[in-house]
Design a protein around this ligand. Structure first.
Ligand SMILES: Nc1nc2c(ncn2[C@@H]2O[C@H](COP(=O)(O)OP(=O)(O)OP(=O)(O)O)[C@@H](O)[C@H]2O)c(=O)[nH]1
Ligand SMILES: [Mg+2]
Length: 328
């Protein structure tokens, strides 16, 4: 079975099947990744992360609508683990009706379950995104619930990462608590219709000022963003954009800032750098995976059980145990 990118473009069913094959890491999935690689690398990837219930799905749906209707771009949405107990995990925001997006050939929506398999979620997501990219989707929006290392890895996949925050959870900024502020290219303060928005905004800006003490205001169209002048090059400072995703307020401005960030990445040469880093990371993951699988295939479970027993009995440290196994 061949997996040409043109098949993926014309046939949504074959696209869905190929994505499943990639998710399940089947031989067909691997083949599809090899065969479509040359056609990928064209899409612009936007990561959307943040604490549960901050309105990520609603925001993603609005962004998709805006990019589709105002910019005429084709859009794919990848929602990772949309089964948050917080909201029951709808892929699309509840106010954005399915009919607004579904049935539109230019939009493809896919959810993925988190899995603990080796190689990890970031690698699987990279694969799925590559397939969508090769199928010709111009913008790919990736939603993850901010909960740790895997979000950071997925954010590295994206060109622009939005960290979504919302007011009304006390004075705590959830993104700071979750340790995901650092990965933000743009901070979205959603639910700006809720009380406490000024406090949250102030706290976010204060936190930013700590990280970027020499920021300078810049204007891009109607929106403001900041650049820190450093010796070698300008440093992008994450702007804070207020939105009410349920009503679609602030979405135009947010899209404008995403494109400003995109231009900034391209002009500064960081776009190419990010791409290279991303591919190098993927290469690294694949190398580790292959080496591990090859190695493990040449050992019997008994070999491994035997050294593990020594570890359990504390006769041998885990690293010594590995050394021993590698030597035999
Ligand atoms: N008042 C208000 N409610 C909003 C806004 N955006 C989203 N919501 C509501 O917040 C709830 C959660 O929205 P979701 O979009 O599912 O949030 P999420 O971050 O994707 O949630 P998880 O994927 O479960 O982490 C829903 O009931 C939305 O209608 C907003 O701007 N204002
Ligand atoms: Mg969601």
């Amino acid at each position: 079975m061949g997996f040409s990118s043109s098949d993926l473009k014309s046939d949504r069913l074959s696209l869905a099947r190929t994505i499943s094959a990639v998710e399940n890491n089947t031989p067909a999935g691997k083949k599809a990744l090899d065969e479509t690689f040359a056609d990928s690398g064209k899409a612009y990837l936007v990561g959307v992360t943040g604490a549960p219930g901050t309105g990520k799905s609603t925001l993603v749906s609005r962004l998709a609508l805006w990019l589709r209707k105002e910019q005429g771009l084709t859009v794919a949405i990848v929602a990772i683990d949309p089964t948050s107990p917080f909201t029951g995990g709808a892929i699309l925001g509840d106010r954005v009706r399915m009919r607004d997006l579904a049935g539109d050939e230019g939009v493809f929506i896919r959810s993925m379950a988190t899995r603990g398999e080796l190689g990890g979620l970031a690698l699987t997501t990279a694969g799925v995104v590559q397939i969508l990219d090769a199928a010709g989707y111009q913008m790919i929006l990736i939603e993850t619930v901010g909960a740790g290392q895997s979000e950071v890895e997925i954010a590295r996949l994206a060109h622009t990462t939005l960290v979504v925050e919302s007011p009304g959870m006390g004075d705590d900024i959830q993104a700071i608590k979750a340790g995901i502020m650092e990965i933000a290219d743009i901070l979205v303060l959603n639910k700006a219709d809720n009380p406490g928005v000024e406090n949250t905004e102030r706290a976010l800006r204060a936190n930013l000022e700590l990280g970027y003490p020499n920021g300078h205001n810049r204007k891009a169209g109607h929106s403001e963003y900041l650049i820190e002048k450093s010796e070698n090059r300008d440093r992008w400072i994450p702007p804070v954009i207020k939105t009410v995703a349920t009503r679609g307020t602030g979405i135009g401005e947010l899209c404008e800032v995403i494109f400003t960030h995109k231009d900034n990445l391209a002009a500064s040469g960081r776009m190419q750098m990010r791409e290279k880093e991303r591919l190098a990371t993927e290469f690294d993951h694949q190398l580790k995976l292959s080496l591990f699988e090859n190695w493990k295939n040449n050992r019997t479970p008994q070999d491994i059980a035997k050294v593990l027993e020594d570890v359990y009995e504390r006769r041998c440290s885990p690293s010594k145990a590995v050394e021993r196994l590698l030597a035999c």
